[in-house]
Design a protein around this ligand. Structure first.
Ligand code: DGT
Ligand code: CA
Ligand code: CA
Length: 574
């Protein structure tokens, strides 16, 4: 079975986790984490690189030792170093790390002091009020942990969209090569660009279905065949991802695509609309009595119920059908509409590449400008910049801008919003920048009122431009902090500042429904990669998906503006 980038990354993460619980050298731990990040963002297949004998040390953060470990994992499926670490600790210990609020230090304390190494043991200990006795835990932490364990246990097996894509895209390419296959399209929540997907639904139109079925179930990654019929099959891939495949005829393709794209709520509403017109709609077509009147294309299905085509990202039955019937659907933003990226890091803090490398990579992705927005000094884990280091970087940017052609670097900062709403750098230096992104990176557990006030106060700062990842959630890892988002959106409007749609696959933050609210309030959003490496500009597509789910158009997005208009808009905030 082929080893994917994500598989190697997961093993490296596990090594880093175990080393950290063990209390190993922080630099060693960091090296594994960096390597994992490189692999997760890598656009090329690491297995292919290994079999082509390419030099892996070319990759950011991969030295000789890690390169050898990658080769070992790709060739054997495991790592001896990891096996050793696993042996030295009870199984399941790393499972505890997935519980919100538990880092390696705390897991280490729980394990060494209370011999806790499973979520169940942790739950019992918290119920028995034993956790609070540990130094550094306390009663509050104990209560918080109880909630966290509960949501951990309930968490389902959904995959992040970008992770699913790593598996789905090669499978689609494989299916396209089968003889007699016309079209292969992924439907379901994947096509609607939901941030996580439960399974993958693939539709194929082909001359004949048996060869497709036969080839599908022998795909290299298939671990288990759940069912296999004449025209449909379900399998589980090696990463536990379920894939449903259906082969349909050309004349039903549109109807099937519509049906299996969903959402279910949207389908039901469309079917009802059909019934009102005396039509029956199912995955085979649109029927008047026994006559098929539409179904070859999705457009024909919508036409049959007097609607224009509705984009998949809108199909959640959140008002799109009514809006479509009034002819008022938005013209959704597309990736090519982005002219720049306003959030990127370099090696000066926790990024992997230098200014010039980032600028050239952005240009290669079709962008005209990028803002360099390093962390500020308060964020010590990321080596945040102080005033002096920032001023020095600004000089470098000036120098580079005078050399670069066709791409412009903007001077920015991702400045920490401190607990009291102050920003982590002085007005004097912030005033010299092109833009100031404010971000919450600490004190996630303030009360709703305090958290909201903290952010509102930061936004009132004279130099504040964009609120980074406004909810602070990390998909499947950290819930959004408790904050009055409608109030923040309204405040952004009054204040004339902007909100970020952070495109990182783990963030996708602003949330889709709040994108919609920002649009209604006429607050522009900025779709930003938050790039920490030259590979991360690829993530912009997930930000676009998120924005499309939030009904956003080109004009609703700050960084679709050409540089000159952008500068004007930025000036207005400062
Ligand atoms: P997921 O997989 O949980 O992320 O979400 P979906 O939307 O991909 O759901 P899934 O895979 O269960 O089904 C794919 C599509 O098939 C779904 O979006 C709509 C359609 N579908 C499934 N079951 C029903 C149903 O009972 N009625 C209707 N009208 N459509 C259905
Ligand atoms: Ca699905
Ligand atoms: Ca499905």
């Amino acid at each position: 079975m082929a080893i994917h980038n994500a598989d190697v990354a997961a093993l490296f993460d596990e090594i880093a986790d175990l080393l950290e619980i063990e209390g190993a050298n922080p630099f060693r731990i960091r090296a594994y984490r960096n390597a994992s990040r490189t692999l997760q963002g890598l656009g090329v297949d690491i297995s292919a690189m290994v079999s082509n004998k390419e030099d892996l040390t070319q990759l950011p953060g991969i030295g000789k030792d890690l390169a050898a470990k990658i080769v070992e994992i790709v060739e054997t499926g495991h790592s001896i170093a990891l096996d050793k670490l696993r042996k030295a600790s009870p199984p399941g210990l790393t499972e505890l790390l997935k519980i919100q609020g538990l880092g390696p230090k705390r897991v280490s304390a729980l394990y060494h002091e209370l011999d806790i190494h499973t979520p169940e043991q942790l739950y019992r200990a918290a119920k028995d009020k034993r956790i609070r006795t540990l130094p550094g835990f306390g009663e509050k932490t104990e209560t918080r942990l109880l909630d966290a364990i509960e949501s951990h246990v309930q968490r389902d097996q959904r995959l992040k969209l970008a992770t699913a894509a790593q598996y789905a895209e090669p499978l689609v390419a494989y299916l396209r090569k089968i003889e007699g296959v016309n079209k292969v399209v992924i439907a379901g929540s994947y096509r609607r660009c939901k941030e996580t997907v439960g399974d993958i639904d693939i539709l194929v139109s082909a001359k004949s279905s048996p060869p497709v079925m036969a080839e599908f179930v022998v795909y290299d990654e298939v671990q288990q065949v759940i069912s296999k019929g004449q025209t449909r099959a379900t399998v589980i891939l090696s990463n536990k991802l379920q894939v449903d495949l259906r082969v349909v005829t050309q004349q039903s393709f549109g109807a099937a695509l519509h049906y299996f794209t969903g959402s279910k709520a949207h389908n039901i509403a469309i079917r009802r609309r059909g019934q009102q017109r005396g039509l029956k709609i199912n995955e085979y077509g649109v029927f008047k009595g026994i006559t098929r009147i539409a179904g070859e294309t999705e457009v024909s299905v919508y036409q049959a119920v007097d609607l224009p085509y509705i984009e998949p990202e809108l199909r959640e039955n959140r008002g799109e059908i009514e809006t479509a019937s009034q002819g008022l659907l938005p013209q959704l933003i597309e990736l090519k509409d982005l002219k720049g990226d306003l959030h990127a890091h370099t090696r000066a803090t926790d990024g992997r590449h230098n200014l010039e490398e980032m600028a050239l990579a952005a240009q290669k992705s079709g962008l005209k400008y990028i803002a360099i927005t390093e962390h500020s000094k308060h964020l010590t884990v990321a080596h945040g910049l102080d005033q002096r280091a920032l001023l020095k970087q600004m000089e470098e940017i000036d120098r580079l801008n005078s050399q670069l052609q066709g791409i412009t670097l903007l001077k920015g900062i991702e400045v920490d919003i401190l607990e009291d709403g102050q920003l982590d750098l002085t007005d004097e230096v912030l005033g010299k920048l092109d833009l100031v992104i404010g971000a919450v990176h600490s004190k996630f557990h303030l009360s709703r009122q305090k958290q909201t006030q903290r952010i509102l106060r930061a936004m009132d700062h004279p130099h504040f431009t964009i609120l980074a990842h406004p909810s602070g959630r990390l998909l499947q890892q950290r819930e959004p902090y408790d904050v009055d988002m409608p109030r923040i959106i309204r405040h952004a409007r009054q204040r004339g500042c902007f909100l970020e749609v952070n495109a990182h696959p783990e963030r996708l933050d602003l949330l889709d429904t709040y994108c919609q609210m920002a649009k209604t309030e006429e607050v522009l959003v900025s779709i930003n990669s938050d790039a920490h490496s030259i590979l991360d500009f690829d993530n912009l597509r997930y930000g676009i998906g998120q924005a499309r789910r939030g009904w956003l158009e080109k004009n609703d997005v700050l960084n679709t503006r050409p540089l000159k208009s952008l500068r004007k808009l930025l000036k207005q905030t400062m």
